[in-house]
Ligand binder design. Sequence first.
Ligand code: C2E
Ligand code: MG
Ligand code: MG
Ligand code: MG
Length: 278
Amino acid sequence: QAKLAGKNCYRFYSRAIDQAAERRVQLEQELRGAWDRGEMSLAYQPVFRLADRRLVGAEALLRWQHPQQGLVSPSVFIEVAEQSGLIDTLGPQVLRAACRDAMRWRKVQARDDEPLFVSVNVSPRQLRSGDLPATVASCLRETGLSAHQLHVELTETTVISDEPHVIELLARLRLMGVKVWLDDFGTGFSGLSHLRRVPVDGVKIDRSFVADIPRDADDLALTTAIIAMAHSLNIVVVAEGVEKPDQAAVLRDRGCDLAQGYWLGHPIDIDGFLELLA
Ligand code: C2E
Ligand code: MG
Ligand code: MG
Ligand code: MG
């Protein structure tokens, strides 16, 4: 009897795997052309300077409104886009749209306000296939956005590999005036020593470190150490996932420069963001 149950269990299990694989193939097909069909858009999450609570920029976050399934999370479809190579066309589309939107912000901002930056997520494949600095340069040229207003976010693990090619790409971007930020910082854990060799302008402390501060003494100590180390290397520190006022307060006290999170502002569509500015 036990044997029988085991067999059924195995059948069920392998069927579940087949279904997941099938689902993935289907998702990939649906993802193809989704941007051109108008199913995708960018949401913008405001980023604030903690010292004076000023809005300084926004992170562009890709959204996919699937015709049947509704909103699909980027943590699901970005991986599919990355593995299938679809990111090679999607990435530049996102970059161009974000630059175009940031130009629109300029128009509604008060004349003497400092220009807001737009921060765009770039996945590992975008560094390895194609020429990211060239793509960036053409987006800036086409939209008229200043390089200083553009940030690119790369996950810590992408650049940790120490590939000379990646380091060189980052250096070229920075030479153009584009800022390079390390996303989800602290999760890769070889982080701090790598900051010496990897040319970056900022680190974004992963929200898993922020979630339990100030209560969790270890997380608070780690966060404080990251801030001190980054600052000693002239690197800007951004905290992600600030959901409570006491998190913002303690981060500000510890010298963290910028922050974003649901307590400060949810990601919103371009119209909502323009309203926020006006
Ligand atoms: P990420 O770059 O680390 O972006 C932050 C994620 O945290 C976003 O999720 C954002 O909505 C969410 N978030 C912001 N504030 C809070 C908060 O206070 N609490 C919590 N729990 N979450 C918060 P989202 O939009 O689902 O994106 C997930 C990931 O997908 C991003 O993580 C990024 O790695 C990737 N992604 C999104 N858009 C793009 C894109 O255009 N290109 C690429 N390559 N990746 C993207
Ligand atoms: Mg990001
Ligand atoms: Mg992040
Ligand atoms: Mg994250």
